[in-house]
Design a protein around this ligand. Structure first.
Ligand SMILES: [Zn+2]
Length: 67
């Protein structure tokens, strides 16, 4: 893995132990938001298994996909 703390097994654990209230919630799309703990290092991530997504927040292009 890339060593940035975003391996699938670690993300599974983080998601399991992070409540919605304590999650980062950076938006990837209206359907996916970051499930990692608030203030995490590395990439944002959402989803499980084959639906797993990772992304980096781009401060120059904030997501505004929710109307
Ligand atoms: Zn995040």
């Amino acid at each position: 893995m890339s060593g940035d703390g975003s391996s699938d097994s670690l993300l599974d654990l983080e998601f399991a132990y992070t409540s919605h209230q304590d999650s980062c919630r950076d938006l990837y799309s209206p359907f996916y938001y970051c499930r990692r703990p608030l203030g995490h290092d590395g990439v944002h991530a959402a989803g499980f298994g084959s639906g797993r997504l990772r992304w980096r927040h781009d401060p120059n292009h904030p997501p505004h996909m929710l109307s």
